[in-house]
Design a protein around this ligand. Sequence first.
Ligand code: R5P
Length: 295
Amino acid sequence: MKIIPGPASIELAERIAKDLGLSIVKYSYKHFYDNETYLRVDETVKDEAILIIQSTHFPQEKHWLELFILCSTLKDLGASEVISIIPYLSYARADKRKIEGEALSHQILIELLEKSGCDCVITMNVHNPEAFYSSSKGIEKININLFHHIGAELKNKYKNFVVVGPDKGAEEDVRTLAKLLETDYLLFEKERDALTNEVKMKTPDYNFENKDVLLVDDIITSGGTAKLASKLILEKKPRILQFLCIHALSKDEVYLELKNMGVEKIISTNTIPNKQIKQLDIAPYIAKYIKEKFL
Ligand code: R5P
């Protein structure tokens, strides 16, 4: 087995390759004057199983297209198996029609991945695992819940914290994390207007005064959820409030706003690279998984 670091995830892929002692396939990659992508695989991949690591954050369409081109080219050049590791799988929230006529982009992208020759897709904390697993049947699908891994890593630092989920959808993650941290959890109730994206939230009757609080979500995008939940918690005068998520998609000003509001620390994993916040390295977890499943 060999590894191809997709253009979106070079550092992460190099660390995984190093952990596993796998060699990296050399390829050339550039953009033409009109911004079209040129890609050439520079060594033989015939009869090799290839692991591509490529996250699909902004610019999403470019990163997806690079992945399709890589999968298809590798298969065309004779690779025996193509496995795509997509640490952040974008468009996963377009999984059902909330309004008639909406595109089911999540399902469309998994189908395109299968059609481009990918045999197996591995992702982390996908928005809706059920929709992910029931999409395109001809491709193996694996979703890794990183909260299981980071919970063990954070255990000693966070055992006095109460874990808070901003909505009912966060319940499984928050429960998993609280169990690993050997602490309590509670959930807010959130409603989002499908047209305006406006978020409303109800908090349970809980005394946050002087408590250490860890607000947890799978993803931060506009920051609307994290900002509103933080505001409601901070009004109740906790001792410390920190925010933890898996996929940090926001623009830098959102993290700055949270810090200015009083959120002491913002932590994410490095499914999407970001130098502005503290990132927990997922390379060892992915390497361990690959070793157990494929090597
Ligand atoms: C919602 O279901 C998710 O778990 C997140 O709470 C949400 O996607 C965060 O988005 P935003 O930062 O735009 O509020």
